[in-house]
Design a protein around this ligand. Structure first.
Ligand code: FAD
Length: 420
């Protein structure tokens, strides 16, 4: 293989897919510019408590990739950055990257004195608003580099308490953005997914019933570094639930919302049943589903977790979710299509298995989405996609399609070299 350096490839998004594409390209001798919008690497995976099917901590896979990123000079990482412009054709793209503004510089020692001085709190978006941080905060996931960040939109006007408190002069509230221009051979968009805004499905009660939460919130509750210290509990009173309903396809496979199957939600709910089992073995669990889709080797995981007692499966779409005023309990109405009976059952907590929506906002307009909002693989034009912005899936499928995108980008880089 020719390992002569070639024209760089731009990778947008530093989640598991973007990191995979970056390290595979760099290992093949191709320089990479990796641009991540947030101050951290790792993406959504760092918000999970455990990975199915092995139930290991998600940091396992991310850590290995990070070591390869740190050890490889061919990868330039820009966090807190955005690609503002892409023009040109395969093998010959001009791109502009906006860096920052970085209100906290590399002299930050992460001592935390700025946090003590900050007078305001904001919802902690990493925990889906289940907790709060100060306007100056240590980014979660894998901060890269490790330093505090500031949510300027949350700062009171004229306040400079953090700047004054920093004895290292690391805070500059007047910092401005910087710009870099690159000449690259291909661009891989790996901007991932976001949970579907389930508040738009009025009858499912999210935002209306305190004890209706989403699957991504359960991941944060179950995590030891999460808002409840690892305990799955009712938001209304902090009590561990004695009965829990999982409502599958909350948005997915619904032509009014996400017309496709999000592919991971069934296995994610089964994983969350295993969290509950470990914490509260006596909790009664009911799963409302259309089809339980756990393909391939995930079938065995499903059988293992569902084998125990206290999991009731109801094949039927939920029609109504309502709060009981006195107890805060949640009444779920659904028709069991196998028995033909319509039932209303009461639960301490309801978990909505929210679908995955592709995340394309902030991408330059050269990327064109398909009818569902996902990006095509983009084989011939050098504008490629990887991970869940290409198709919803679990980590292993995101890693596989990111490796495929890296190969296509590598071919574009090599071809442009020959024609230079
Ligand atoms: C409830 C739930 C549980 C799950 N549990 C598991 C599990 O146990 N096991 C498993 O294998 N899979 C699981 N998954 C799936 C897993 O989360 C995804 O496969 C994985 O996150 C895909 O990674 P990604 O890199 O494609 O996207 P993401 O993780 O979303 O990463 C995308 C990155 O791009 C960045 N970005 C976005 N827009 C821009 C932009 N414009 N410019 C620059 N950067 C940008 C984001 O900040 C982010 O860092 C679960 C999914 C759900 C919904």
């Amino acid at each position: 293989m020719n390992l002569e350096p070639c024209k760089p490839v731009l990778v947008i998004g530093g989640g598991i897919a973007g990191l995979t594409a970056a390290v595979e390209l760099a290992d093949a001798g191709c320089p990479v510019i990796l641009v991540e919008q947030s101050p951290s690497l790792g993406g959504q995976v760092t918000r999970l408590h455990q990975y199915f099917p092995k139930l290991c901590p998600p940091t396992c896979g991310i850590e290995m990739h990070l070591r390869r990123v740190r050890d490889n000079d061919a990868i330039t990482v820009h966090t807190n950055a955005e690609v503002t412009e892409v023009s040109g054709t395969r093998g010959d793209f001009r791109v502009t990257v906006r860096l920052g503004p970085d209100y906290v510089s590399e002299t930050c020692t992460a001592c935390g004195e700025c946090v003590a001085a900050c007078p305001v709190e904001r919802p902690d978006l990493f925990n889906y608003g289940l907790s709060k941080t100060k306007a100056v905060y240590l980014p979660r996931g894998v901060p890269y580099p490790v330093r505090y960040a500031i949510d300027r939109a949350a700062c009171p006007s004229e306040c400079s308490a953090c700047e004054k408190a920093c004895r290292y002069g690391a805070v500059n509230l007047s910092a401005a953005a910087d710009w870099r221009k690159y000449h690259v051979s291909a661009v891989i968009a790996a901007t991932g997914w976001q949970p579907y805004d389930v508040g738009r499905i009025e009858y499912l009660g999210f935002g209306r019933c305190a004890n209706v939460v989403t699957n991504v919130m359960v991941e944060r509750m179950a995590a030891a570094d999460g808002p409840t210290g690892g305990v799955i509990q009712r938001p209304s009173d902090g009590r561990p639930p004695r009965s829990v309903a999982f409502v599958q396809c909350a948005g997915s496979r619904d032509e009014n919302h996400l017309p496709y199957c999000s592919s991971v939600c069934c296995t994610a709910s089964i994983k969350q049943i295993s969290y509950l089992r470990a914490q509260q073995p006596e909790t009664a669990i009911t799963v409302f589903y259309i089809d339980l889709r756990t393909p391939g080797r995930l079938e065995e995981f499903r059988s293992r977790v569902l084998a125990g007692a206290k999991v009731k499966l109801v094949k039927g779409k939920v029609a109504k979710v309502e709060e009981k005023a006195e107890s805060g309990n949640v009444a779920v109405t659904a028709e069991d299509v196998l028995s033909g009976r319509k039932e209303t059952l009461e639960f301490d907590l309801v978990v909505l298995a929210t679908g995955m929506a592709p995340r394309t906002e902030g991408l330059p307009p050269v990327f064109e989405a398909d009818e569902y909002g996902f990006l095509p693989s983009g084989d011939g034009d050098g504008l490629l996609s990887a991970g869940c912005v290409h198709r919803p899936g679990e980590v292993s499928s995101s890693v596989r399609n990111a490796t495929a995108a890296a190969l296509k980008a590598y071919q574009a880089a090599k071809r442009s070299e020959r024609h230079a």
